[in-house]
Design a binder for this molecule. Structure first.
Ligand SMILES: [Zn+2]
Length: 74
């Protein structure tokens, strides 16, 4: 089963949603993914090669001090 390079899911070859790019054929789960790939193929091709991209920028950037007081009205 080929892998949709955009969303990473397995797709069937008979959907007809395929794009040939630099000598390789890529298959897609939906026209949306196909369009996404066509808009930016380099991005997705590069992703395929480097499966583990661990960007560890020291410390995590999101703060947990969100005090929502009375945020939900029913
Ligand atoms: Zn997809």
């Amino acid at each position: 089963m080929p892998i949709d390079p955009v969303c990473g899911m397995e797709v069937s070859e008979d959907t007809g949603l395929k794009v040939e790019y630099s000598g390789k054929v890529y298959y897609f789960c939906s026209p949306g993914c196909k369009a996404e790939f066509e808009a930016n193929p380099e991005k997705y091709i590069r992703m395929e090669g480097m499966k583990d991209h661990h960007h560890s920028h020291g410390g995590h950037g999101h703060s947990h001090n969100r005090h929502h007081m009375g945020g939900c009205h029913h």
